[in-house]
Write a protein that binds this ligand. Structure first.
Ligand SMILES: NC(=O)c1ccc[n+]([C@@H]2O[C@H](COP(=O)([O-])OP(=O)(O)OC[C@H]3O[C@@H](n4cnc5c(N)ncnc54)[C@H](OP(=O)(O)O)[C@@H]3O)[C@@H](O)[C@H]2O)c1
Length: 278
């Protein structure tokens, strides 16, 4: 699997794992079978993944706690990317909260739960319309200056917001929704690719109608002996060298299936056909 170097010093395999789906229903509370979730996390690492995305809000706290319980002490080279900046008031609710003092408390909580002295990649989960973006990023910069955060990323940003963030801190990754059927972040992706910033497309498997029987993905998948989901991931990997998909799953079978997408090389015609099908 080819690699990407985040922030000039964190080399990761380009297909990572999103640890949002190992919590309870509505990304709320513990999963039904925490032992199984921890087995899955160990399998993620055994299969060679060295980029795991999480957030304090997944559970809340559940995803980070499970990661530490399953994987600490962490193997060399494992990058755990976490986020702060959302509150959780109930299942399915994600209000934004980017107040500097709260972001600092969130980061301290993540450090404690993940049992780390420094977080490799700390991402602002989303800009808070009530707080100037610069103020939120200054808080992350202070955490970085204190040695609590190695690199800073942003999430759910427009091109203009990315520019404002980069005026305050060295942004090394962007995490925006992006997949075959949702390409609203093309411009942001372009800026990331141009400037060596990693791009995490969240919701990478939302293939929607494309996966329907007889649809363009379905037909190509059968011709390639692959699944539609694998083609959606292979297309993302082919789309840009900055692309770092983090598909989420609670199933070991799906995990293995997703990781096998890294071995699928699409030719230009297939990339074109998949891309235009969206
Ligand atoms: N920054 C943000 O605002 C934000 C928002 C959302 C997510 N994220 C991050 O992005 C990661 C990925 O996003 P996501 O989990 O929402 O979307 P996703 O990876 O596109 O889809 C996950 C869903 O697809 C299913 N799935 C996974 N592999 C499959 C396969 N091979 N075949 C069939 N179904 C499969 C999973 O169910 P099973 O468990 O049954 O496999 C799960 O319901 C998250 O884990 C999280 O780390 C970030």
């Amino acid at each position: 699997m080819d690699t990407f170097t985040i922030g000039g010093d964190l080399e990761v395999r380009r297909l990572g794992y999103g640890a949002m789906r190992i919590t309870g229903e509505g990304i709320w509370g513990p999963p039904d079978d925490p032992a199984q979730a921890k087995r899955l996390l160990r399998r993620v690492v055994d299969l060679g993944v060295n980029l795991i995305d999480t957030a304090d809000s997944y559970g809340p706290e559940v995803s980070e706690n499970l990661i530490a319980e399953a994987l600490h002490p962490y193997p060399d080279g494992l990058v755990i990317a976490t986020k702060g900046g959302l509150r959780r008031d109930g299942p399915g609710q994600w209000p934004r909260d980017g107040r500097p003092e709260r972001l600092k408390r969130c980061c301290e909580g993540s450090l404690r739960r993940l049992r780390l002295e420094r977080i490799d990649l700390y991402q602002l989960h989303a800009p808070d319309p009530q707080v100037p973006l610069e103020d939120s990023l200054w808080a992350l910069k202070e955490l970085q200056d204190e040695g609590k955060v190695r690199h800073i990323g942003v999430s759910n940003v427009s091109l203009a917001e990315l520019g404002r963030a980069r005026a305050v801190v060295d942004v090394v990754t962007v995490q925006n929704r992006y997949n075959l059927t949702d390409r609203h972040s093309e411009e942001v992706l372009g800026a990331c690719e141009r400037d060596g910033i990693g791009f995490f497309p969240w919701f990478p498997l939302a293939t929607g109608d494309l996966a329907r029987p007889g649809g363009p993905l379905d037909e190509l998948a059968r011709a390639r002996g692959a699944t539609p989901g694998q083609l959606a991931l292979a297309w993302l990997l082919a789309r840009s060298p900055a692309m770092l998909p983090i598909p989420g799953t609670a199933s070991e079978q799906h995990l293995e299936e997703n990781l096998a997408a890294a071995d699928i090389e699409l030719d230009e015609a297939e990339i074109e056909r998949l891309g235009s099908a969206a």
